[in-house]
Design a protein around this ligand. Structure first.
Ligand code: BGC
Length: 497
């Protein structure tokens, strides 16, 4: 499903952000016919050579990236809007203790799917007594429609879910309303634990007129219109939900990272280290939602990244996200292949028309291609055929693999640098790693879960930057779908009853 609207314009080479200086003559396909024939071809591929060079992330370069992220974290903690990273105060000061009891709900809106979950919590001994969830995909028109349509859809699905509840398994105590932890996975200016205004949309959402609006008020209105008497007790980001849900089972969890359609990192910060926190006498800890996707400095951006950004729904925004998260990796590869095709002999004489379709290539496709270990790269051939109606010869397939690997390596390594920045920030105050204390990063998101090469590149970068000794105390723990539990737990922690 296409999440972004991209102008299907052919790539035009302009001077690049980093060192991409190659500007070969462009042979465009004619959009009105199935495919165009190139007037001249070259057998070498300077585009690929330059692309690989521009995407390189040697260790000293990654160190600079990690340091620049750390500087922006500090700037964002000092003053609102101080750096690229929002460093949002989440009002989550108390993480789940394990003692939470009662029936709570989680609503999760943040990607292609919408999830609703009920959780019956049984306290320290019984923990999660019962849980039930339902997942629905969000019709694309709702992602770019009106807030009434989007929240009306959510409220109607929530009403259906509650109507089907089995009273034996789930028990609401008398005199209580059903309380919700609402995971809303977009940048939100949080005004309290149960309210916040949307800063901007990301990940292909662009619902009109919502920026600056209180997202909980939008949900409340829709619930009221559907006759639902429920209350949002916690508004949380998916990174915060992941951290909270994982912490319920493991006290060493200090950060929650999402590497999926979009990306983000949230972590436990000491209140005294947050200059912008109004209450200066604060002690203890709180969770910071970094919104690290907004980082933009010293990134190895090529012309392909620039062009993709320009055609996206949020140009100029979330540039780090556009280099490391699942929504964009395939699109970068497609753009590079298209340009290679237009300027060299990749795929023979004609430019395959389907290669011009924005977002045709997904990160899952890159992963499947990278897993091909046949001598003739036959799976690569089939995938190329299924998507672009071109198989390519062995040389072409090898080049395609090289492009995939270049993009995935850069993405994974940059994500690793981000995680190091978070860990080093935690380390500054806690000295956990230096003292040999196990420190867990709870990780969720399909890109991390389903892409072994990406995972490996990310881990390599982490060890390179932290060193073997400190890295040996870090555990990246895959905590699938735990953010719903985390949101329900935070609703319990912040219950009004
Ligand atoms: C959003 C974050 C979210 C992340 C992962 C990003 O696009 O800005 O709020 O946590 O995606 O879902």
């Amino acid at each position: 499903m296409s999440l972004i609207t991209f102008a299907a314009s052919p790539l035009v080479i302009t001077p690049t952000v980093r060192s991409f200086t190659f500007s070969p003559p462009l042979r465009r396909s004619n959009n009105t016919v199935m495919s165009a024939v190139r007037s001249e071809t070259t057998s070498t591929c300077p585009v690929l050579t330059m692309f690989k060079k521009d995407c390189a992330t040697p260790t000293p370069f990654l160190r600079d990236v990690a340091n620049a992220i750390a500087d922006d974290m500090q700037a964002g903690l000092a003053v609102h809007g101080g750096g690229d990273l929002e460093m949002i105060l989440t009002y989550v000061d108390a993480l789940p203790s394990g003692k939470e009891e009662g029936l709570f709900y989680a609503l999760d809106l943040g990607g292609t799917n919408f999830r609703v979950r009920s959780v019956q919590l049984g306290g320290e001994e019984e923990r999660v007594v019962a849980t039930k969830s339902e997942q629905l995909s969000i019709p694309q028109k709702l992602m770019i429609g009106t807030s009434e349509e989007l929240f009306g859809f959510i409220a109607s699905k929530l009403a259906d879910f509650v109507a089907k509840e089995e009273p034996g398994r789930f028990r609401l105590e008398q005199g209580r309303k059903r309380e919700i932890g609402f995971t809303f996975s977009f940048p939100v200016n949080q005004t309290s634990i149960d309210s916040g205004t949307l800063i901007k949309w990301t990940k292909g959402f662009n619902v009109s007129g919502m920026e600056g609006k209180n997202v909980v008020a939008c949900l409340n209105e829709a619930m009221e219109a559907h006759g639902l008497d429920m209350r949002v007790s916690a508004l949380v980001n998916d990174g915060v939900g992941t951290l909270a849900g994982a912490r319920y089972w493991d006290k060493d969890v200090m950060a929650g990272v999402i590497l999926g359609t979009g990306t983000n990192a949230c972590y436990v910060e000491q209140k005294h280290a947050i200059p912008k926190l109004q209450n200066k006498s604060s002690s203890g800890t709180t969770i910071i939602n970094t919104e690290w996707g907004g980082f933009s400095k010293c990134l190895p951006r090529t012309i392909f990244d620039q062009e993709m950004d320009k055609d996206s729904l949020n140009p100029g925004e979330h540039l780090y996200e556009k280099m490391i998260s699942g929504m964009y990796l395939g699109e970068i590869v497609r753009r590079v292949l298209l340009h290679m095709c237009q300027t060299s002999d990749l795929f023979g004489q004609a430019v395959p028309a389907k290669l011009e379709t924005p977002l045709a290539l997904k990160s899952q496709d890159l992963c499947k291609m990278q897993e091909d270990n046949t001598d003739d790269l036959s799976s690569v051939g089939s995938i190329l055929y299924n998507i672009f109606e071109v198989k390519g010869d062995l040389k072409d397939r090898r080049r395609v693999m090289e492009v995939c690997d270049t993009v995935v390596k850069r993405g994974g390594r940059l994500a690793g640098a981000g995680i190091v920045a978070i860990l080093e920030r935690i380390e500054r105050e806690t000295k956990r790693l230096a003292s040999g204390q196990r420190t867990v990063v709870a990780m969720d998101g399909a890109l991390y879960e389903k892409y072994p090469q990406y995972r490996q590149y990310m881990q390599d970068a982490l060890v390179e930057l932290l060193g073997d000794e400190l890295a040996s105390h870090v555990q990246i723990k895959h905590t699938k779908d735990v953010s719903g539990l985390g949101a329900a737990l935070l609703a319990a922690t912040n219950s009004i009853y």
